[in-house]
Write a protein that binds this ligand. Structure first.
Ligand code: PYC
Length: 319
């Protein structure tokens, strides 16, 4: 049987969290805005998503990124992110991975460049220390001190905030934020997420809160906080999660705990670091911030994926 179109990819990791950028072989999604292409990808090409990021070619933590022609030619590119269970409106670690991939290909001229994402346009820039900065979408706190009762772990209190994805930011985690506790942290945050759904607790416009973020004191001297972030498909973020760092900064600013000109150092559960700064803003009557998040990414592989029609697992599998 003839194999399908080869899929050319470049893999990288950003502060430990992997990204797979699809350069060639993606389905034709037209030339519209990112939100329209995302809708087409989600409704018509889910098998492609699964083939690229799920086993046997990928893993639960892997985030895929389709690198597409921009809708507006003044932008550098359009990017559609996806993971082991679906699509993502925005992903900061993935954007840093895309920027590192473009630089590796010699396709990132000096200066700042705009990328179109389904959550809005973001700006990327390379820094002298080798890190990459992402000026993220408008981020804001939606609700504060929301209680959620779990059957298994008691009641938690947290803020609901948007940083390009919806987050529930827990104030008092009952499990120590230590790498040895990954299993317990995953169980805990999964229960919190299910309890949010069960109790009808959502982001704005009834949107599902699909990221849960816990905080504790940092172990690094250059960080202000350490986090654990559960992603939608039950994988934990190896990086400090850039959309989660954006949501956190929006909450800190709303509480008067982070001032203009200050840098927020967010450490991940594996000990890697994002640095965040912000510009205050008001959009649609909502006070929030435009966060900029910086981190390092490294290329790990260049590959061609093959989907063999005779392979019963050609489109991947996930639990
Ligand atoms: O860095 O924004 C992020 C992110 C979202 C999900 C995984 N990483």
């Amino acid at each position: 049987m003839a194999p399908s179109t080869p899929i050319r990819v470049i893999d990288s990791h950003t502060e430990g969290e992997p990204t797979r950028v699809v350069l060639e072989g993606a389905p034709d999604l037209g030339s519209g805005p990112a939100a329209d292409r995302l809708a087409t990808f989600r409704s018509q090409h889910d098998h492609f998503r699964s083939a690229v990021v799920n086993e046997p070619r990928g893993n639960d933590a892997l985030v895929g990124a389709l690198l597409l022609e921009p809708h507006d030619p003044k932008n550098l590119a359009q990017v559609i992110f996806f993971n082991n269970v679906g699509v993502l409106g925005m992903c900061v670690h993935g954007t840093i991975g895309v920027a590192r991939t473009l630089a590796h290909l010699g396709r990132l001229p000096a200066g700042t460049h705009t990328l179109e994402t389904p959550a809005g346009n973001v700006t990327i820039a390379g820094n002298e220390d080798g890190s990459i900065s992402v000026a993220n979408v408008f981020s804001f706190r939606h609700q504060t001190n929301v209680a959620v009762e779990t059957n298994s772990h008691g009641t938690f209190h947290g803020d609901i905030a948007w940083g390009g994805n919806w987050f529930y930011l827990v104030k008092e985690p009952s499990v120590e934020l230590h790498f040895d506790k990954i299993h317990e942290l995953t169980e805990l945050t999964w229960h919190i997420r299910q309890s949010l759904i069960h109790n009808g607790i959502t982001g704005a416009n009834s949107e599902e809160i699909d990221h849960i973020e816990l905080f504790a004191a940092p172990t690094r001297r250059d960080a202000d906080s350490r986090n654990f972030v559960l992603c939608p498909g039950r994988a934990y973020d190896r990086s400090p999660c850039g959309t989660g760092t954006s949501a956190k900064m929006a909450c800190l600013v709303a509480d008067g705990k982070l001032a203009v000109g200050e840098t927020w150092g967010q450490e991940s559960i594996i000990g890697s670091l994002f640095r965040g700064t912000f510009t205050p803003a008001t959009e649609g009557g909502i006070d929030g911030v435009y966060p900029t998040v910086s981190g390092h990414a490294h290329i790990t592989a260049e590959a061609t994926l093959h989907l063999d029609p005779a392979d019963p697992f050609q489109h991947g599998f996930a639990p």
